[in-house]
Design a protein around this ligand. Structure first.
Ligand SMILES: C[S@@+](CC[C@H](N)C(=O)[O-])C[C@H]1O[C@@H](n2cnc3c(N)ncnc32)[C@H](O)[C@@H]1O
Length: 289
């Protein structure tokens, strides 16, 4: 990796969180792919475009961008070595040879100046320690007039998996999550559209727009399957760890209690094809001034 300032995030995404996303990339895509059509439409990628995917993870949107920019190129940038290994493997298997992946911190990574026509991200821009600095680095990498489009999490109250976590916390007598706590880097750091506008303007973007977009994701084939997935995720492990102050989860009683509570909460979202939950996001577009 080049330089790194987001060290806490790097540890998480190179540790258990990154391994979970890498091993379960299909599931995470089934959860988030409803955002791909509005995101790709907003990007309006031309066949010759050079596209940057910020926080590309296992590279699903990088591969979509590469298909749209079939005479151009697509670069996926991410902190996470395990997720990038999967991204590289899948791009090669699909013959997307004009696709590349680099491990780096988008906040400081030495991207080529004016090296891209379009920058996009699916939930990869919410974890910056210094968002203005990070988006300024991305702006510098875009040519003047280049386009930025990303989706980020909106109000947690409008996202059903957050409500599932709330129900689980209540069932397990854990204190409620404080959604009003001051925001640092994390899933909901860009939930306030006024903050998005201020941040992007300060970073050198113009024509900033935020539009509410919702999508329903597929979390599992039944409640128990979805419960296992959420328990393995970062927020799930964080919740379960609060039940067992004596140490990490080891398949003991704490895990069993958490799994039962998740399964009960998720059963309310059972549909004929499995567990479906709605996520509320902002689709953000801007132009590099
Ligand atoms: C929620 S995941 C989304 C991954 C992928 N975009 C997707 O939709 O599947 C967030 C991603 O952002 C990456 N990330 C977080 N902070 C980053 C930073 N400062 N620079 C580059 N990538 C970052 C993480 O490593 C992770 O892959």
């Amino acid at each position: 990796m080049s330089q790194l300032v987001n060290t806490v995030q790097s540890q998480a995404w190179n540790g258990a969180e990154g391994r979970h996303w890498s091993e379960h990339h299909d599931r995470w895509n089934a959860i988030n792919e409803g955002f791909d059509p509005p995101l790709l439409k907003a990007c309006a990628i031309n066949p010759d475009d050079r596209v940057l995917d910020i926080g590309c993870g296992t590279g699903h949107t990088t591969r979509l961008a590469a298909r749209a920019a079939h005479r151009g190129s697509a670069l996926g940038l991410d902190l996470s070595a395990p997720m990038l290994a999967t991204a590289r493997r899948l791009a090669a298997a699909q013959g997307l040879h004009h696709t590349a992946f680099e491990q780096g911190d988008a906040q400081v990574h030495p991207l080529p100046t004016a090296g891209f026509d379009t920058a996009l991200s699916r939930f990869g821009t919410m974890f910056f320690q210094d968002p203005v600095h990070a988006f300024a680095n991305i702006a510098r990498a875009l040519r003047p007039g280049g386009r930025l489009a990303f989706v980020c999490m909106a109000d947690p109250q409008r996202t059903e998996w957050v409500r599932v976590f709330d129900a689980v916390r209540a069932a397990l007598a854990l204190p409620p999550q404080d959604d009003t706590a001051p925001q640092g880097p994390g899933m909901f750091s860009l939930r306030d559209p006024a903050l998005i506008h201020r941040t992007l303007a300060a970073a050198g973007f113009t024509a900033v727009r935020t539009e509410a977009v919702d999508a329903t994701g597929h979390f599992g084939h039944d409640a128990a399957d979805a419960a296992d997935h959420l328990l393995g995720s970062g927020p799930g492990r964080h919740l379960a760890a609060q039940l067992d102050p004596l140490g990490p989860l080891d398949g003991g009683d704490a895990t069993g209690r958490a799994r039962a509570a998740f399964t009960a909460a998720l059963a309310r979202h059972e549909h004929p094809d499995g567990i479906r939950l709605r996520t509320a996001a902002w689709l953000v577009t801007a132009t590099r001034g």
